[in-house]
Every structure is written in structure tokens, then in C-alpha cells.
Design a protein around this ligand. Structure first.
Ligand code: HEC
Ligand code: HEC
Ligand code: HEC
Length: 106
């Protein structure tokens, strides 16, 4: 009996944790937006919907990094978080794939 009891506590608490991790203001549509950041190197358009839906079970990766960088997208976040993930996940790495990306994609 005892091992099973211990197991179910572990299962229950990890499920609760997973939900708490993604629940930060999460309603079904709240992740659906696109946002453009102005910068002297050319504005950066970030497709939050696509990113969130590609990393559905790991909202916390970006969101905890965001808190570390003061809660807003800035140059450090752009190059240390956005760009570094692109290096490891085959995302775009050229300056103009992020900067002025809307203009150049048209
Ligand atoms: C690739 C990084 C990344 C991933 C993955 C990600 N987010 Fe975000 N999210 C951001 C950034 C950056 C912002 C801040 C946008 C801003 O206000 O400048 C944000 C903002 C938000 C906001 C708006 C919060 C507010 O107060 O304005 C919501 C809601 C949100 N994300 C939900 C989610 C959910 C739910 C997931 C997972 C399904 C998720 N995000 C995954 C980067 C990400
Ligand atoms: C957790 C990893 C991760 C983070 C963090 C991340 N990206 Fe991406 N991004 C990707 C991947 C993977 C792709 C390629 C997706 C594809 O081509 O289907 C991508 C694609 C893109 C694209 C081109 C396609 C599109 O959807 O517009 C742009 C522009 C972009 N990212 C900008 C950003 C910016 C700006 C940030 C930070 C605010 C950011 N990304 C953060 C993983 C990430
Ligand atoms: C993965 C996306 C991404 C790539 C690739 C990228 N950047 Fe950025 N960059 C950003 C983001 C996001 C910001 C923050 C924009 C803001 O200030 O809101 C930024 C900010 C900057 C800033 C600061 C601008 C200011 O007004 O403070 C400079 C300069 C810059 N980038 C140059 C470059 C150069 C040069 C390259 C290529 C070597 C490059 N970036 C590649 C996303 C990217």
C-alpha cells in the first residue's frame, strides 16, 4: 500500500505544478497576439501566437526569462533569449530576419 500512496502524491503534485506553470494569466485566447518592438536597428515583429503554440507545454521558458530581464523585451532579452533559442531550435539568426522583418517579408 505504501508505495502506491507515495506515487499518487507525486503524480498529483506534478500535475498541479504543470497547470500552475502555464496558467499565468492564461485564458484560451490570451496568448494570441503579435507585437512589434521599435528599435534603432529596425523594428522587430514577434508572432507570439506561433511561438506559444510551438512551445505549448513550456510557456515558462520564455516567461521566467522575461521576469529575469525586467518583464519586458529589450536588447538583452532579444539577443540572449530570442536569438539563443533560435540557435538551438533552428530559428532565424540573421539580423534582418528579426529587425525590419515585416517590411522585408512583404
Ligand atoms: C518564445 C517565447 C514565449 C513563449 C514560448 C511564450 N511566451 Fe507568452 N510572452 C512572451 C513575451 C516576450 C511576452 C511579452 C510581450 C510584451 O508585452 O512585450 C509574452 C506575453 C504573454 C502574454 C501577455 C501578458 C501580458 O500581461 O501582456 C500572455 C497571456 C502570454 N504571453 C501567454 C503565454 C502562454 C499561455 C504561453 C504558452 C502556451 C506563452 N505565452 C509562451 C514570450 C513567450
Ligand atoms: C523557445 C525558443 C524561441 C524563443 C525564445 C524565440 N523564438 Fe523565435 N522562433 C523559434 C523557432 C523554432 C522559430 C522557427 C519556427 C518556424 O520556422 O516554423 C522561430 C521563428 C521566429 C521568426 C520567424 C517566423 C515568425 O514566426 O515570424 C521570428 C521573426 C522570430 N522567431 C522572432 C523571435 C523574437 C523577436 C523572439 C523574442 C521576443 C523569439 N523569436 C523568441 C523559437 C524561439
Ligand atoms: C532573434 C531575433 C533577433 C536577432 C536575430 C537580432 N536581434 Fe537585435 N534585437 C532583437 C530584439 C527583440 C531587440 C529589442 C528591441 C527593443 O528594444 O524593444 C533587439 C535590439 C537590438 C538593438 C538595440 C536597439 C535599440 O534601439 O536599443 C540593436 C543595436 C540590435 N538589436 C542589433 C542587432 C544586430 C546588428 C543583429 C545581427 C547581428 C541583431 N540585432 C539580431 C532581436 C533580434
Amino acid at each position: 500500500m505504501k508505495p502506491f500512496y507515495v506515487m499518487s502524491i507525486i503524480v498529483i503534485s506534478s500535475v498541479t505544478f504543470a497547470v500552475a506553470n502555464t496558467s499565468d494569466k492564461y485564458t484560451s485566447d490570451s496568448h494570441k497576439f503579435i507585437k512589434t518592438y521599435k528599435s534603432s536597428a529596425g523594428e522587430v515583429t514577434f508572432h507570439h501566437t506561433r511561438h506559444a503554440e510551438s512551445f505549448l507545454d513550456d510557456c515558462g521558458f520564455c516567461h521566467s526569462a522575461l521576469r529575469t530581464f525586467g518583464g519586458q523585451v529589450n536588447e538583452l532579452f532579444g539577443h540572449k533569449v530570442c536569438r539563443v533559442c533560435h540557435e538551438t531550435h533552428n530559428g532565424p539568426l540573421e539580423c534582418n530576419q528579426c529587425h525590419d522583418n515585416q517590411k522585408k517579408n512583404k
